[in-house]
Design a protein around this ligand. Structure first.
Ligand code: GLU
Length: 337
């Protein structure tokens, strides 16, 4: 980690570490296929937000879930971004090269008593819920019932989990920005935070997801741990990403707090739905972006973000179109004047 918490006293009682004027944003695609119309919305939004704040924009290839990665998809995504005029301000990073950072974070959590080994398979978790008479909603992830929280009882640990249930933060959440808000109440386990687009959000993490996985039984790092470690290590001040990830944010804020790294500001962008009304995603077969005319693809993404159409769509060059959307974004999302 390159940043610590609490370096600057917060006049309202909680630590904040934002260096005034500093903005670092990122786009973090998983290379499970090419960008589609939905992922371009998140890419464009994070780029526009960084430009609107005169900040830096980074790209991180999230390839920790190797079995789901498609060979060559990372290079293809980087080419698609370049074709759209979205150029990162530093060379992209690959999560697969960063295991030692994730291991160090896990070691820290274990040493603090915030993580424990778990022997349960998915079937064990389902059986534990069935034994308690819980009905399973279709597609709903089952909260971890806590079987291994206080010991393996002779079983062999397969994965590592974050102990949300017993987590007692030692200090208020360290925010990158005084104007930003996120709080955790130990009394009822409620994590509240304010999304820049969705407004006030809340989740009782222990009830909603339970003690979540940091390192999987197959040895792969879980998204929650990798994303928190990388956002902190890369000094990310602003996370702009698709709304389907909004309910992951409370888990990430708790991990940031446990690791003693600051919580960025969050903005979750609207999702693009296909003709069947379902969110476009690689899993449900979204088409790769048609980039014969990148301004047209960008303009559809801009429209999904509620930005005005540019005049002369078929004659405008990409930098001019992007500049118009930066100005519009600044008006909508409080960038500097
Ligand atoms: N890698 C994730 C995805 O492609 C995005 C993670 C994030 O932005 O936090 O869905």
């Amino acid at each position: 980690m390159t940043r610590g918490v609490g370096a600057t006293p917060h006049d309202k009682g909680s630590p904040a570490v934002r260096v005034e004027g500093l903005y670092v944003g990122r786009f973090a695609p998983s290379p499970t296929g090419p960008l589609h119309a939905g992922s371009l919305v998140a890419a464009l939004a994070s780029w526009l937000d960084a430009r609107a704040h005169n900040g830096r924009w980074l790209v991180r290839i999230e390839d920790v879930d190797q079995p789901r990665c498609v060979p060559g998809a990372d290079t293809f995504i980087l080419q698609q971004l370049a074709t759209c005029g979205l150029h990162p301000d530093a060379p992209p990073q690959w999560q697969s090269a960063r295991s030692s950072l994730y291991q160090r974070a896990l070691d820290q959590l274990v040493a603090q008593g915030d993580a424990y080994p778990c022997a349960c398979s998915r079937k064990d978790i389902e059986d534990a819920h069935a034994a308690q008479g819980h009905a399973r909603e279709r597609h709903a992830a089952l909260p971890y019932p806590g079987t291994c929280r206080h010991g393996l009882h002779g079983r062999t640990g397969r994965s590592w989990r974050f102990n949300v249930t017993d987590f007692k933060p030692k200090q208020p959440i360290a925010l990158v920005d005084h104007a930003w808000s996120a709080t955790y109440s130990v009394a009822d386990g409620m994590l509240q935070w304010r999304d820049r687009r969705l407004g006030r959000q809340q989740q009782q993490v222990a009830n909603a997801v339970g003690d979540f996985v940091l390192r999987r039984a197959d040895g792969l790092w879980a998204y929650q741990l990798a994303v928190v470690v990388d956002d902190a290590d890369q000094g990310i001040t602003d996370v702009v990403r698709g709304e389907d990830l909004a309910d992951n944010t409370p888990r990430q804020i708790l991990l940031q707090q446990a690791l003693g790294v600051p919580t960025p500001r969050y903005l979750h962008t609207p999702l693009v739905c296909g003709d069947n009304g379902e969110k476009l995603s690689k899993q449900n077969g979204a088409q790769a972006l048609e980039l014969q005319n990148p301004v047209v693809a960008l303009s559809q993404a801009a429209l999904a973000l509620g930005l005005p159409a540019v005049a002369n769509l078929h004659n405008i060059c990409i930098p001019d179109a992007l500049a118009q959307w930066v100005a519009a974004w600044r008006r909508n999302y409080n960038g500097p004047p």
